[in-house]
Design a protein around this ligand. Structure first.
Ligand code: COA
Length: 326
């Protein structure tokens, strides 16, 4: 229905436990070579990549929703145009990522089904509401900043199709970040009401932003294996630190207050101290119990149902699907 998934024609899975193939695979990764879809790879590497790229694709497509609701209400024509282009980019990123995941053998249809049935995860951060225009500005600046930090690191990784998709995505995300920064600066240097609005948005989005990079390295489940295979090129805590280093000074420069009384650069360690994020809330949100999870999946489910006839028509597959009249 979504186009055919790529299935490795050379059935090399039979060699799963072959130590020679494994040694050669790990040596290639060590040398910094890219692994391509038809190359031999351990089943666990394949599974991990599908899990991660699929979650990433879902995050892009769900991530379009909180900002998308602001297209009709964006203040002014130029902001409307810019936001519409950004939202379209995000959906395009999902397409690139679904295609990259398909090269590993999982069909797009299965991925979409796993998303709408709640089996697959997607980023915690898109389960919060964008209550005001300032929320959409904070998302475009700081969530996209966090995404760039994560994606630039991942783009140097070992799986060719994922890295190439990320190169393209990062180029577009850097425009989003500039757009978001411009909107935040406008509000933060505007009227008292505008400053208050952007401060409230930052206060709302800070805790999910701290969660965004994933659980602390002490409790992260997959980091060690993914770093060994160069799927992840930075740990969750490293990415969080990089984000704090780059963006806390910029946020403070705008006179905004970050809602964490412990946040400060520790001169001894050279790292940022911060209040440990609430990992229980994080777990609840990524497991389906955040403020907007149900709403987000309901929208995707509707899009899936309403788009079925289009996909069927494109595939020229089944005469029973006809365009609904309304
Ligand atoms: N939102 C939702 N789930 C998250 C998450 C987040 N911000 N961070 C971690 N998790 C989930 C993981 O998916 C994993 O769950 P699973 O085993 O059921 O799949 C669990 O929490 C444990 O986390 P961890 O072991 O640290 O996962 P990880 O090594 O895969 O690292 C990311 C998490 C997000 C850093 C990593 O998956 C990644 O870089 N993904 C690609 C980029 C991406 O998805 N960006 C988000 C949108 S732009």
């Amino acid at each position: 229905m979504y186009g055919s998934a790529y299935i490795d024609p050379n059935d090399k899975f039979a060699n799963e436990d072959n130590p020679e193939l494994m040694a050669e695979f790990e040596a290639r990764i060590e040398r910094g070579e890219k692994i391509e879809p038809k190359d031999w790879m351990p089943t666990e590497y394949r599974k991990q990549l599908i899990r991660m790229i699929e979650q990433h694709a879902h995050s892009e497509i769900i991530g379009a929703l909180p900002e998308g609701t602001w297209i009709t209400r964006a203040p002014g024509f130029r902001r409307k145009l810019a936001l519409m282009a950004k939202v379209q980019d995000e959906v395009g990123h999902a397409q690139l990522l679904y295609s990259a995941a398909e090269t590993l053998g999982k069909s797009r249809e299965d991925m979409i089904n796993d998303l709408i049935n709640g089996k697959s995860k997607y980023s915690n951060i898109f389960n919060y509401p964008a209550l005001t225009w300032a929320d959409s500005a904070v998302i475009a600046w700081l969530v996209d900043a966090g995404a760039i930090i994560n994606q630039v690191a991942n783009s140097k990784g070992s799986y060719g199709p994922y890295c190439r998709a990320l190169d393209r995505i990062c180029a577009e995300e850097s425009f989003h970040l500039k757009y978001g920064h411009d909107n935040v600066v406008y509000l933060a240097t505007g009227t008292k009401t505008q400053r208050q609005m952007v401060q409230e948005a930052l206060t709302r989005w800070w805790p999910p932003l701290m969660h965004f990079f994933g659980p602390s390295d002490k409790i992260s489940v997959h980091t060690e294996k993914l770093m060994k295979w160069k799927v992840k090129m930075a740990t969750n805590d490293d990415m969080r630190q990089q984000f704090l280093n780059m963006y806390v000074p910029k946020i403070w420069d705008l006179g905004l207050v970050i809602p964490d009384p412990l946040l400060r650069k520790n001169e001894e360690t050279g790292k940022w101290d911060y209040t440990e994020p609430d990992w229980e809330e994080f777990k609840r949100v990524i497991n389906g119990d955040g403020p907007c999870n149900k709403e987000r999946l309901a929208v995707r489910r509707t899009a899936e149902e309403k788009g079925r006839w289009v996909r069927a028509a494109l595939a020229n597959a089944d005469a029973q699907y006809v365009a609904p009249l309304s």
